[in-house]
Ligand binder design. Structure first.
Ligand SMILES: [Zn+2]
Length: 440
């Protein structure tokens, strides 16, 4: 099978991007157009420093969180975004949807989502020089950049961003809002939109594990690591001080999941979804993620690998002669010790899944959730003298997520709509379902 290789290493934060396109019939249209545009870029015959169309840019409508899909051809490569109306359009050659849009709509300035270059159509000019300074905020909106120094200070100094309407926000602590997914007519999203809040809680938790976050913020995209690419883009946006609005969205990664054809039980169950995600991250980047999330434990004298510990919460009991259930408290450490397991190799990140299934089948009681309370100290989970963990993230049954804002030394709750501060002492009364603990 012949392959075309495009190398683009002249500009942009990506040192080297290679894209291989197998030349089969399905890809023909996409490929032809891509070749045209790359030809245009390679030759770079027409470079301009003209600022003539800068005034036509409408920053208020710009939203770069959507999946990179051409609104006309549905192609997924070589997408340009119109900076006047935010339309996602393929190509820049004469036969491309972007070119046609420039002529039909009289919109002339676009950003290439692959090279981050600004292109004027239909003239096919690539902008360069001083004019780019005025466009840098748009480039950073599409692809937030972080230096090693930026990354190393994230947990020490709050990094503030300012939106277009001059609202301040703390980078790393903005909501994920996927409202506009509901507007999608694509029925493939139906089963996902139901679980997107659950997924958002998990993306949020993962993007607040410093080790994963730092790796994702400095990650160089690669065609062999599609999930890591998606998580990297989302994490960069969550931690970006360059946003125009103080929220972002997981629409693009949810769109990617559709193409993965995951079984329903993985999409629906937070524990399986977490396991799939971590396994895929490890598979895609053995060097970075291996050995951080898996541990070994002894069960009945057998050593087994584990990626999370599941705890079944003891069932609620029924008050005599009534249909109401009692609510009792159970200690997390005690419940783990009752499992009669011994951790022989401790993971850096210990994930605990709390099974809250209500097994009570009593007439008059229609309750899915076991509402017993799990007691724990967020500052210390001590499994033996050596093994001490601190809580990093807590996801609840109803899709809330609690993460620790290290730079402000406070716990924050994201309730799928808003973010607010929460007292550490109140974390345990939430119906926690999945917790991520960090080895001290
Ligand atoms: Zn437009």
């Amino acid at each position: 099978m012949s392959k075309h290789v495009i190398e683009n290493n002249k500009e942009g934060p990506r040192k080297k991007t290679k894209i291989h396109f197998p030349s089969n019939e399905d890809d023909d249209d996409e490929f032809d157009d891509l070749e045209d545009t790359v030809q245009l870029e390679k030759s770079q015959v027409k470079i301009s420093d003209s600022d003539v169309y800068l005034d036509t840019i409408n920053r208020k409508v710009l939203n770069f969180d959507l999946p990179l899909i051409c609104s006309v051809s549905l192609a997924t490569t070589n997408i340009h975004i119109c900076l006047v109306c935010n339309k996602y359009l393929q190509g820049a050659s004469e036969s491309s949807p972007a070119y046609a849009h420039a002529i039909d709509s009289n919109h002339h300035i676009f950003i290439n989502t692959q090279t981050y270059k600004f292109i004027i159509l239909p003239e096919q000019l690539v902008l360069s020089g001083k004019v780019l300074e005025d466009l840098n905020d748009i480039k950073l909106l599409l692809n937030p950049e972080f230096t090693i120094k930026d990354i190393s200070s994230l947990d020490n100094v709050p990094k503030q961003g300012t939106t277009l309407t001059k609202t301040k926000y703390d980078a790393g602590f903005i909501p994920l809002i996927n409202d506009y997914m509901n507007d999608q007519t694509d029925s493939r999203f139906d089963k996902y939109s139901k679980f997107v809040l659950k997924h958002n809680a998990l993306y949020y938790a993962i993007s607040h594990i410093s080790f994963i976050r730092n790796a994702l913020l400095s990650y160089t995209q690669s065609e062999t690591t599609p999930l890591t690419n998606q998580l990297s883009i989302l994490t960069k946006k969550i931690w970006s001080p360059f946003l125009f609005k103080n929220f972002t969205s997981s629409f693009a990664i949810e769109n990617y999941l559709v193409s993965c054809h995951l079984p329903n039980k993985i999409i629906e169950d937070i524990r399986l979804f977490y396991t799939w995600m971590i396994n895929t991250l490890i598979k895609e980047n053995k060097k970075i993620f291996k050995n951080k999330f898996t541990g070994n434990l002894l069960l009945n004298e057998k050593e087994i690998k584990f990626i999370n510990l599941a705890i079944k919460l003891p069932q609620q009991s029924v008050f005599k002669g009534s249909t109401s259930l009692s609510i009792e408290q159970y200690d997390l450490v005690k419940l783990i010790k009752e499992k009669k397991i011994k951790i022989v190799k401790s993971p850096k990140y210990l994930v605990i899944y709390i099974d809250r299934t209500n097994d009570m089948k009593i007439e008059g009681i229609d309750q899915e959730l076991n509402m017993n309370i799990l007691k724990f100290d967020p500052d210390l989970l001590q499994l033996d003298t050596e093994l001490k963990y601190k809580l990093l993230a807590n996801i609840t049954y109803d899709n809330k997520v609690h993460v620790f804002n290290k730079s402000r030394n406070k716990w924050v709750e994201f309730d799928s709509v808003n973010l607010k501060e929460i007292e550490k002492e109140l974390l345990f009364i939430t119906n926690c379902q999945l917790q991520i603990w960090e080895l001290q």
